[in-house]
Design a protein around this ligand. Sequence first.
Ligand code: ADE
Length: 232
Amino acid sequence: MKICYIVAMRAEAQPFIEHYGVKLLEGFFAPLPCLCYHASIQGSDLYIVLNGEQHGSDLIGCEAASVAALSAIQKIQPDLVVNSGTCGAFLSNGANIGDVYLGSGVMFHDRRVAGDDEWGTQALGNYPVWEGTADLAQRLGFKVGKVTTGSSLDMQPCDEEIIRQNHGELKDMEAAAIAFVCSLFKLPILLVKSVTDLCDSGASTYEEFSKNLALASERLREANVRIIDALV
Ligand code: ADE
């Protein structure tokens, strides 16, 4: 089995990279900035793909996630894609900093196309997630929630309206873009999300995110090790 993780920020992947002692495959995606790490685990192949850097920082957001997902899927031909990363969540849904969720659904929350039904449907996305998600969450004791993706870290009232209308619980910047690419290839995607900030806490999102990034990334490592143990 080939499992391909796609991770936006190095900080989110580093504990996990160190845990498995994965090896960098030099030049794998050249000339793209994406990086590919690989390890063999009990006869299965684990790939960890990072979006890479531009302007001196990790590439976050939908454009970089789509490029990494398309390139990774075409070159690696994985059986399962996993997007592991941090997210915002909501106090009003009982979320806590550091909680790990598996995504029960995924859509965009900032692609506002008013009017015609088909265009509106395309804008929201609502892509399938791996059908084993609910069982895995129950078996390993993870929460589940719907992920909504947008291009900004902050949450404008128009974003919040779409998130609430669609029962979104986890706000990120990549999951729907990766799920979109997976949907084109009919490939299953598992979403593993750890909470760095609470969108309805009144605190500055950037400050909460920065303060909790290391904790949430360590929680991602713990979760992903348990998930990989369950899958291979
Ligand atoms: N990643 C971590 N926290 C986030 C938030 N509040 N919105 C979007 N992406 C995030």
